[in-house]
Design a protein around this ligand. Structure first.
Ligand SMILES: NC(=O)c1ccc[n+]([C@@H]2O[C@H](COP(=O)([O-])OP(=O)(O)OC[C@H]3O[C@@H](n4cnc5c(N)ncnc54)[C@H](O)[C@@H]3O)[C@@H](O)[C@H]2O)c1
Length: 426
């Protein structure tokens, strides 16, 4: 796809005609291969195909029909064709070796993310992976060490960091509106029981994970924003966590209603507890409470309660109290006027395109835009491997803590001491 000079200037591509991976992108186009073209991969592909200066010459999925559907989307976009890689579950390796890709975007089930991202970086590509990036501590270190060894970045596409309110809060924190940030409470609370089972009485890949794993299996949506507000890996770091889970009953009850009380899925055990609660401490004396439940009947709620020395934001009620500004602590103010007043520059810049072209209120567009820009300019991605590892490691460490009755578990310093140096978030 040829870009106009205006597009190039707008995207900053003129200053960055050398690609990540050392290839020249004379026309400024970033070429991305997509691995995993299910629900999320297809959504991200559709968003990328609305973005100037992006081509998708390769797609990969073990389900040939899904890959063909993704290929058709590329063809319909007028941005050339895409080769489909569908031979088997390792065919992503062939995609990674292509010489015409700058980046590989991964939207497969959780257990594949780290392996595929490592392969992409080793093949000289910048990687992007869906959340969470890793399921084990070893995978976290693999990601960090491979990035160090190859000089390539991997961005975990934590889109919640780019929600409108999350970005506005980021600006308010940076401008000191809430004073010293002390505590945050957040959670991934979303009734996803329907995603655990197929209609013909089997477990999906998510269901398999819920049956086998315990602890907090989806920590990064709530933790990513909190980590940026607290400057985690940018002046502070998470040092330890303790985690407890309730017993798990909801999945079996759901399966009994869906398939009958005698069905094996109604009678089996699911390792995951219905509600997991994890408490974290940071080196600078902050605390975070993180909740996880995807099997209980309830409305979607990320909580997002942020307490600082000068005030509080309460996401559940979307209201705030700021000492010396708000009239009274007993009746916090609606947050809406602050959302306008503190609109983040990134949100202001991209709001129109984001709302038109991206899911989740536009943040899917912004997270992809940030990734594409980093690849185009040959710089590290705004969420890096240390962030990906720090936010994802909650899964294995919470499982460890749960197994030890809620014992405190140390969180590795994936930054190897670099966390002490404050640096702004993008
Ligand atoms: N950030 C968000 O808001 C968000 C939203 C939804 C899903 N997700 C994440 O996206 C990922 C995908 O979720 P989904 O809902 O699209 O699942 P999905 O099951 O619809 O899609 C996964 C796809 O990966 C393919 N796949 C599996 N193994 C493969 C392999 N070895 N090689 C190639 N393809 C393979 C499957 O055939 C399937 O098409 C998950 O990690 C999920 O957590 C993130």
């Amino acid at each position: 796809m040829q870009l106009s000079r205006r597009d190039m200037v707008r995207m900053g591509a003129g200053a960055a005609l050398t690609a990540a991976g050392g290839r020249a992108m004379a026309d400024g186009t970033v070429r991305i291969g997509i691995v995993g073209t299910g629900a999320r991969g297809t959504g991200l592909l559709a968003t990328l195909l609305q973005m100037p200066g992006v081509a998708v010459p390769a797609v990969c999925d073990i389900d040939a029909g899904r890959a063909a559907n993704a290929r058709a989307l590329v063809q319909q976009s007028g941005r050339g064709d895409a080769e489909a890689y569908t031979r088997d579950e390792w065919d992503y390796k062939r995609l990674c070796t292509r010489g015409d890709l700058d980046a590989v975007l991964i939207a497969t089930p959780w257990n594949w993310h780290a392996t595929m991202a490592v392969e992409a970086m080793k093949s000289g590509k910048t990687a992007a992976t869906e959340v969470p990036a890793c399921l084990t501590v070893e995978e976290c270190w693999d990601l960090v060490r491979t990035s160090e060894a190859t000089g390539k970045s991997c961005m975990m596409l934590e889109n919640v960091n780019y929600f409108e309110n999350v970005l506005a809060l980021q600006r308010m924190v940076e401008e000191g509106v809430y004073g010293e940030v002390l505590h945050a409470e957040a959670g991934y609370q979303h009734d996803c029981r329907f995603l655990a089972f197929t209609d013909d009485g089997k477990l999906t890949w998510r269901g398999e994970h819920l049956a086998r794993l315990t602890g907090n299996l989806y920590p990064t949506h709530p933790l990513g924003p909190v980590a940026w507000w607290m400057g985690i890996n940018r002046g502070d770091r998470i040092t330890s966590l303790s985690s407890v889970s309730t017993r798990g009953v909801c999945l079996a009850e759901y399966a009994a209603r869906k398939f009958g009380a005698d069905h094996p899925l109604a009678r089996r055990k699911y390792a995951v507890g219905d509600i997991n609660t994890t408490i974290m401490q940071t080196a600078r004396g902050r605390t975070i409470t993180l909740y996880f439940t995807i099997s209980t009947p309830r409305a979607y709620d990320l909580i997002f309660r942020l307490q600082g020395s000068k005030g509080i934001y309460e996401g559940g009620h979307d209201r705030t109290y700021i000492e010396g500004v708000s009239p009274t602590a007993d009746t916090p103010e609606p947050f809406a006027p602050y959302l306008q007043r503190y609109a983040h520059p990134l949100w202001k810049k991209l709001e129109t395109e984001a709302k038109r072209n991206g899911g989740h209120g536009g943040c899917d567009y912004i997270v992809l835009y940030e990734f594409v820009q980093a690849v185009r300019e040959g710089r590290s991605t705004p969420q890096d491997v240390v962030d990906a590892a720090t936010w994802s490691v909650v899964t294995p460490l919470s499982a460890l803590s749960v197994a030890k009755g809620g014992a405190r578990v140390a969180v590795p310093d994936f930054s190897k001491g670099a966390w002490r140096k404050p640096r702004p978030v993008p």
